[in-house]
Design a binder for this molecule. Sequence first.
Ligand code: NOJ
Ligand code: CA
Length: 517
Amino acid sequence: MTPEWLKDTVFYEIYPQSFLDTNADGIGDLEGIIRRLDYIKDLGCNALWINPCFESPFMDAGYDVSDYKKVAERYGTNDDLIRLFREAHARGIRVLLDLVPGHTSDRHPWFTESCKAEPNEYSGRYVWTDGAFKGIGGHPYISGMKERAGAYMLNFFASQPALNYGWLDRTESWMSATDSPEALSTREAMKDVMRFWLDRGCDGFRVDMADSLVKNDDADKHATAAIWRDVRNMLDSDYPEAALVSEWSSPFQAICLGGFHMDFYLDHHGNGYNTLLRDWETEGGDHSYFKKDSGGDIGRFLSDYLPKYEASRGLGYISMFTCNHDTPRPSYSLSTDELKLAYAFILTMPGVPFIYYGDEIGMRYLDVPTKEGGYQRTGSRTPMQWDNSINHGFSEATPDDIYLPTDNSENAPTVEAQSGDPGSLLSETRRLTALRHSLEDLQADAPFSVISAENCGYPFLYSRGSLIVAVNPSSSDVRVQSVELAGRKIVYSIRSCSVEDGVLSMPGQSFAVISVT
Ligand code: NOJ
Ligand code: CA
């Protein structure tokens, strides 16, 4: 069963380091999130995804967990997190934590134990070969650093050894089967972590690298999906209100096979999502559909999206996001007017949308030095800009001591400046989320179909249930005639659009939601 609450949910992703620092140590904290829950509610977001907030050496911003059951001291305590769940719930906001099941930090006690020459309970918890001179063909590994005679496999950075869920195609004797005791005990350990937080009030998890568990899996990742199916069975029977969203970007594998409730439509090169607002690396300039007059064709999005939508429809949701902590902010290439249209689209599509903190005010991608393994991702992880006080209201620490610098340009966007301005990106975003909450036909389940994608989608018309949505990212005025438009009226627009006698007129860079009268 799919939790009912997902049908009308807009998520807000929070990178906790950079949201709000309440004790002037320069780093955002859980208390900071609690203090901004009313802001999040006013924005129209009714669920959070919080990036990992657990004990970690922070070699990868917390995606290198050293204790899954303990909040990192810099963010607060377990009790603070439990208080956050309570305070969020009191406002109708759900909270997803970030589960990192594929790897731990190399400082996790499980790993320390598994590095010992003497066999112990954790010897099989990670992927190890049976000799210090035996590597792992085609996979990254480290050898020669530990007492144990073997090489261990990496799942991401050098500090992130791969947990052992077994191998499907076992070409070496040291490769565990997926149903071996050691692989099963890793799986149970991860389910135990999930239960730990679900029992304390968390509403589910965003799952990091969800497709990475079983090694040498088949093309459709059936063995990895089977593990998630087992997890889903646990949720269905013991936590039916809990939700899982995967970092996978293959709805067929993640949702249909694995049982995830939602799967992110990621910014993978060449996929449909990228063609909308992140197509700046293509030869010959930026061809993003939402970039004014880029000539980007909505057909590129549709040919990738429609089969994914059809495959997962009724089983789970595709999650589109404005951005996440791994990718350049959309304002990197889009202007405020372009962002308004892109958000209007994202917030009127099926599935469950995610807004990345700061995107609602068009925070910029900043040119800052790498922090905690961020490298070029760091520019999207800078502190939230609340107002024009010191550090833009993020922290009272001295500016040199904060987690990352804030945008010091004169016109740096802030919540305070945009809040009272009806023409701001923040106000538009608030109106759009309110619109989605007010019309069931714009929410997760209402059917989507293409009405007109002619002329590369300038304009692009689609239906959501009984509604028609139209977007025109080009700078030209457009007119469309369609029998489907007859007798309808505009219920929401960006720039002034009109429908008369079955003809829709839209100025350049406009958007409209049209209902039956
Ligand atoms: C994906 C996360 O989003 C990213 O930030 C992290 O570095 C890798 N997975 C490794 O956990
Ligand atoms: Ca702090």
